[in-house]
Design a protein around this ligand. Structure first.
Ligand SMILES: [Zn+2]
Length: 286
C-alpha cells in the first residue's frame, strides 16, 4: 500500500472530540503514515505536542493569523521559550501555523503582520521550517519571507495554496513547497486544478487541513444544509482519495504521486524523515 503524509491536519480540533483515535486509526489503515499537527495559539501548544507523541505524528508550534486578535505579545515570548525547550524533541518539525489572512474581515492588519514577522524571525533563530497560512495575501507573505530570509533559502510549506502561477513560482523560488488538498477535487476550481497539474512534481505536498476544506464528496451546499444535511467533516483518511484526484489530473499512477509527495514532505520538513521508524505512544518529555 502507498504511504502518504498529511502535511497539515488539525487533529486537536474540537470537531473530532473523542472520535479522534478512531479517525487517526482509519487514516493509518488508508496508508496515511504521518500527520503534521500545527498549533494555532499558545493555548494549544501542549495539546498538539501530546497528541503528536501519543499517535506517532509530528507537530508545529505557532500562532495562526486568525488567532492574532486574541493573542498577546507575551505569547511570542512564550513561543520562543517553548521552541527552545523542545529543541531536542524529534516530533517538533516546524514553526506554524503562521501567516497572513486578508480574506476574513475585521482583523488588525498591523498586528497580523507583526506576529507573522516575529514568528518568521523565530523560525530562523531556531532553524526550523515554516507552515504558512496564505489567504489573499501571497504578495505580502512573500515580502515578509524575503525580509527575514537573511540570505538563506526558506524551508517549509505554503499550505492550501491557491495563488497564481506567478505567485507559485515566487514561493518555489524562495525554497517552499505548495500544499494541495480537498480544494483540487472540485471541477469548478479550474485555475487551481490547472496549477496542480502543471507544476513540477518537486513543488507539491499533500494535506487535508482536516476538519476543514472538505473534498467535494463530503461538501454539503447551502441548499443541502438548509434541507437538514450537516456539513461533512474532513479527516486525514480522505488523503489517499484526494491524492487519486491529483494523480488523475497529472496523468500519473497514484503510487508514484505518493512516493514523490512523501519525498517532497521530507525535503520541506526534514524532521519528518526520522519519524517513520519511531514508535508512538511514549509520553512526551515534560
Ligand atoms: Zn490550518
Amino acid at each position: 500500500m502507498a504511504f502518504f503524509i498529511d502535511t497539515h491536519c488539525h487533529l486537536d480540533a474540537p470537531e473530532f472530540g473523542d472520535e479522534m483515535p478512531r479517525i487517526r486509526a482509519r487514516a493509518a489503515a488508508e496508508g496515511v503514515g504521518l500527520c503534521v499537527i500545527p498549533a494555532v495559539a499558545a493555548s494549544n501548544f501542549t495539546t498538539v505536542r501530546e497528541l503528536a507523541h501519543a499517535q506517532g505524528d509530528a507537530y508545529a508550534l505557532g500562532i495562526h493569523p486568525l488567532c492574532t486578535g486574541e493573542a498577546e505579545d507575551a505569547h511570542l515570548d512564550l513561543l520562543d521559550a517553548e521552541l527552545s525547550m523542545r529543541r531536542d524533541d524529534p516530533r517538533l518539525v516546524a514553526v506554524g501555523e503562521i501567516g497572513l489572512d486578508y480574506f476574513v474581515e475585521g482583523l488588525d492588519s498591523e498586528k497580523q503582520q507583526r506576529f507573522f514577522h516575529t514568528q518568521l524571525q523565530l523560525a530562523r533563530k531556531h532553524r526550523l521550517p515554516v507552515l504558512l497560512h496564505v489567504r489573499r495575501s501571497v504578495d505580502q507573505v512573500l515580502k515578509h519571507l524575503r525580509q527575514t530570509a537573511a540570505g538563506q533559502p526558506w524551508q517549509g510549506i505554503a499550505h492550501a495554496f491557491n495563488g497564481s502561477d506567478q505567485q507559485a513560482q515566487a514561493c518555489l523560488g524562495l525554497g517552499l513547497k505548495l500544499g494541495f488538498g480537498g480544494a483540487v477535487t472540485f471541477d469548478r476550481a479550474l485555475q487551481l486544478r490547472r496549477l496542480a497539474a502543471s507544476l513540477p512534481m518537486h513543488a507539491i505536498v499533500l494535506e487535508t487541513d482536516a476538519p476543514d476544506i472538505q473534498p467535494h464528496w463530503l461538501y454539503r451546499t447551502q441548499a443541502e444544509r438548509n434541507a437538514g444535511q450537516p456539513q461533512g467533516r474532513n479527516e486525514p483518511g480522505e488523503l489517499p482519495r484526494i491524492a487519486a484526484v491529483l494523480a488523475d489530473l497529472r496523468g500519473m499512477p497514484i503510487e508514484a504521486l505518493a512516493a514523490a509527495t512523501t519525498e517532497n514532505a521530507y525535503s520541506a520538513l526534514p524532521g519528518l524523515r526520522g519519524l517513520t521508524g519511531l514508535s508512538a505512544g511514549r509520553p512526551p518529555p515534560a
